[in-house]
Design a protein. Structure first.
Lengths: 254, 133
């Protein structure tokens, strides 16, 4: 049997069409697949009620609980200090929302600060070893201390100053070592991990549990029925520097 | 030709020195016995067969580390079906090998293992072992 040029072109055209069709079907199937399990994908977040927070009266229970849980060294030298949760004055945290009246209401009010666990974290984008990475199923921005090479790109990238570098061996500066959590070594960057080791055991973060006023509310931001989402529906909340597009998971109720 | 005795003597000394490690190991004191490690009193079975743990515990710990830190997978089902927490301090060192110095360190010293640097960060639980419920 002899095949004419016209038949050959027709057949090859049909073949190509079939191939394209198969690829298109596969692409559609892949796009549809992830929507099958939205319940398992969380986004942990925190809402901090500044009206309840008593840091102004000298309460630092959240900071103390975190320091104890995570073996945070207490280094007085500010150039070398390590902090996961700390406080700063309202004016320095939210300079853009100040009016004469907020200044009166919140002047000097200490604001608890911690890693924002951004939905779009700049630290993760710059890390050359993927030592810091975003967990896809719950949105926590994790640190893998084993992989950190201490280049501090992440510290330059983080707009919130949430990361600290160990300029010295932290162990001598830890008041009491908790053997449930590793210390770090010199040359490693660290930051708040939203107590992922406690979440894995079904507990809430240490700071949330320690707060005597229940000013910190922790939960899944992707589920509209959780406590933080209810608070965010009911009251006005601020994020730190939302204009940067990092989409922080920590909200402050004014 | 009068140098022959000196050359032969020199050669003998050279060969003797060159092979020193071999005959020293043979004729010297016998190699020390296996390290005197202290096995856990209450547990008879590790998370994996002894032969595997002896050769590859570091690989197991390495994979646990990857699973916990990067994949948030914290449960380890052992070969006998028992489920353990993937944790060096909370499982290995709390439930069985409560004395690191008498178990890990003795064997590492014997085998000439320099390191491992686990302990630069991970903390040995207190010797009064807390049994996790």
């Amino acid at each position: 049997m002899k095949i004419t040029r016209k038949d050959f072109l027709r057949l090859s055209g049909l073949g190509l069409l079939a191939l394209a069709g198969k690829k298109a079907v596969r692409a559609f199937a892949e796009a549809a697949a992830p929507s099958a399990s939205p319940q398992t994908i969380k986004r942990w977040g925190m809402v901090i009620d500044l009206q309840k927070c008593r840091q102004k009266d000298g309460c630092t229970d959240c900071v103390k609980a975190c320091n104890l849980a995570h073996n945070i060294p207490q280094i007085p030298d500010r150039a070398h200090e390590v902090k996961w949760i700390w406080n700063q004055s309202f004016e320095s945290v939210f300079p853009q929302v100040q009016t004469d009246y907020t200044q009166q209401a919140y002047a000097g009010h200490p604001i608890p600060l911690l890693c924002n666990h951004c939905a779009n974290p700049p630290c993760v984008r710059v890390c050359p070893t993927q030592a810091t990475f975003k967990r896809e199923n719950d949105g926590i921005v994790m640190m893998d201390f084993h992989r950190c090479i201490g280049c501090r790109y992440c510290m330059a990238a983080c707009p919130y100053g949430s990361r600290s570098f160990n300029w010295q061996d932290p162990r001598p500066a830890i008041p009491s070592i908790n053997s449930d959590f590793p210390t770090r070594t010199k040359g490693v960057v660290e930051k708040c991990n939203f107590c992922e080791e406690r979440l894995a055991r079904g507990l809430r973060p240490a700071c949330v549990e320690a707060c005597p006023e229940k000013a910190m509310v922790f939960g899944d931001l992707s589920n509209p029925e959780t406590e933080p989402r209810k608070l965010l529906r009911a009251r006005f909340a601020l994020q730190r520097e939302p204009e940067l597009g990092t989409s922080p998971s920590v909200y402050y109720l004014i | 030709m009068s140098d022959r005795p000196q050359i032969v003597a020199g050669l003998i000394v050279f060969v003797g020195l060159f092979t020193f490690p071999i005959w020293h190991a043979r004729g010297g004191k016998p190699s020390p016995n296996a390290p005197d490690i202290k096995l856990p009193a209450q547990e008879k079975q590790c998370v994996a067969p002894v032969e595997y743990m002896r050769e590859s515990h570091m690989d197991l710990l390495d994979s646990w580390r990857e699973d916990v830190v990067r994949d948030n997978q914290r449960q380890f089902t052992a070969f006998n079906g028992k489920v353990y927490d993937k944790s060096l301090t909370r499982t290995c060192l709390t439930q069985c090998h409560t004395d690191k110095a008498e178990f890990c360190d003795r064997c590492h010293t014997y085998a000439g293992v320099s390191g491992p640097y686990c302990w630069d960060c991970h903390v040995q639980p207190r010797l009064t072992a807390r049994r996790t419920p």
